[in-house]
Design a protein around this ligand. Structure first.
Ligand code: PLP
Length: 465
């Protein structure tokens, strides 16, 4: 299996280099050269398997010869050992044919653990074999940073540095998840700036090729192919548990950077009969507007009660564009150039039609999300997080055929956002018992100015060579 860049200029790579490198050197994102498929009987045979075994069968074709079957099975066992549910990603019923896919049973209570725990183990196995170390730097508005820290804490092959906005909109649970691990390879850095400053700095570090090569910089943000790949698995396990491949299933996905829902599209390419893929946005609705108008246009960032979906542009949308543009890297590069020069680009009519055939979308404002939190508690006895609530709003708006099971992805545990949830429904969700001492643990972080040189110097000094 070989991987190509969405902008067509970077070298074609194997699985190992595609995931260790992260962003392609032409600024694009890596994608497999072709989509492997599972036959109907292979999909049917996933029913009832342990999650790790289903994951093995779904991901195996993408790995080339990076691991033996035994090695990859051992990696998967380690990756999912820390989940608090025996099914890893269980499905629960909330209405006659409405379901929640609970993705929040990992160590940081958000769906990012499903991919990040695997990435940690994949990196460790590959790097140990090569005798290499990497420096992972990430920027976070909350969930990604804590998931990366939990995935890499204590692993011998990596140092992890996470930048987050000091006093920003990171919730207390999210901050404590980043600042309380005690391992020496973990560094939580509070930047005197906002999330855009943190992300800008991360980009600048990747563009500083001398620094990038000196410290062995690696990215585990949502553009890393292995993250998308790991998320493909739960679309299959959920759909099969509800009757696929013998009946189609629809999904509503709380969306920010488009990584999670793009994994659904990959499952479709692989042969899973998905009827609707509903893009659920909050007030940061660039994707919903794109489906409506055909123009992908950046607007100001709005702070919402679902902060992990607060984005101006969706980085993984570039992967879908590559498909919509018939895998024409030059066309994708031109669109991205237009986006950075003018803040917008318009999809050609053919691409827009294909987009609308593949996806539905809906935007959930704050009042609607809060009503969905209340309504889900009243109707189904479930307390959901504000991100999941956006998915529930979109699911109702774009229900489609009532005979098709509609699965909303529950992307975080309600206890990660206790204030917003309590304000919406009057119930303050408690942390699961396995992390109930989070508020008592000691915090450890470094405060740095919004200055590239200062951050680069800190990384160079603290990393263990
Ligand atoms: C990251 C995140 C999202 C958005 O996922 P994308 O892959 O960026 O679209 C939604 N909900 C929660 C809780 C998240 O942490």
């Amino acid at each position: 299996m070989r991987y190509v860049s969405t902008r067509g200029e970077a070298p074609v790579l194997g699985f190992e280099d595609a995931i260790l490198g992260g962003l392609a050197r032409d600024g694009g994102l890596y994608l497999p050269e072709e989509w492997p498929t599972l036959s109907e009987s292979e999909i049917a045979a996933l029913a009832g398997l342990p999650y790790e075994e289903a994951a093995f069968r779904i991901m195996r074709p993408y790995l080339g010869d990076a691991f033996t079957d035994d090695e990859f099975r051992a990696i998967l066992t380690r990756a999912y050992a820390r989940f608090g549910h025996a099914a890893v990603c269980p499905v629960v019923q909330t209405g006659p044919n409405d379901w929640l896919l609970e993705l929040h049973h990992g160590p940081t209570l958000a769906f990012k653990d499903v991919a990040m725990q695997l990435i940690g183990q994949l990196f460790e196995a590959l790097l140990a074999r090569r005798g290499q170390r990497v420096t992972i730097v990430g920027a976070t508005s909350g969930d990604t940073g804590s998931a990366a820290i939990e995935a890499f804490r204590g692993l011998p092959s990596a140092d992890v540095f996470i930048l987050f906005p000091d006093g920003g909109r990171v919730s207390e649970v999210q901050r404590r998840q980043m600042t309380t691990p005690t391992e020496a390879n973990v560094h939580a850095i509070a930047i005197d700036g906002n999330f855009d400053d943190c992300q800008g700095m991360l980009k600048a570090m990747f563009n500083d090729f001398a620094f990038r090569d000196e410290v062995g910089l690696a990215a585990v943000n949502s553009i890393n192919w292995a993250r998308v790949l790991a998320q493909v698995v739960y679309y299959f396990t959920a759909a099969v548990s509800l009757g696929a491949p013998h009946r189609p299933v629809s999904f509503s996905v709380p969306t920010g950077n488009f990584g999670d829902i793009f994994a659904g599209q990959v499952a479709r390419h692989m042969g899973l009969p998905i009827d609707r893929l509903v893009i659920a946005t909050n007030e940061n609705d660039i994707l919903h507007r794109t489906l409506q108008t055909g123009t992908y246009e950046k607007q100001g960032l709005r702070a919402t009660i679902s902060p992990s979906m607060d984005i101006q542009v969706s980085s993984n949308f570039e992967r879908l564009l590559f498909e919509l543009y018939g895998r024409d890297g030059a066309a994708v590069a031109a669109a991205m150039g237009e986006l950075s020069a003018q803040g917008r680009f318009t999809l050609p009519q053919g691409a827009l039609t294909t987009l609308r055939e593949g996806f539905a979308s809906a935007r959930a404002d704050e009042a609607a999300a809060k009503a969905a939190i209340r309504g889900t508690l009243e109707r189904a006895g479930h307390v959901v997080c504000p991100h999941t609530a956006c998915g529930i709003v979109a699911a109702a708006a774009e229900r489609g055929d009532p005979a098709v099971p509609l699965v909303t992805l529950a992307t975080a545990h309600a206890a990660k956002f206790p204030d917003a949830v309590e304000a919406a429904c009057g119930v303050r969700p408690p942390l699961p018992s396995r992390m109930s001492d989070l508020y008592d643990r000691e915090e450890r972080m470094t405060r740095l100015p919004n200055d590239l040189a200062a951050v680069e110097a800190f990384v160079k000094e603290k990393r263990t060579v």
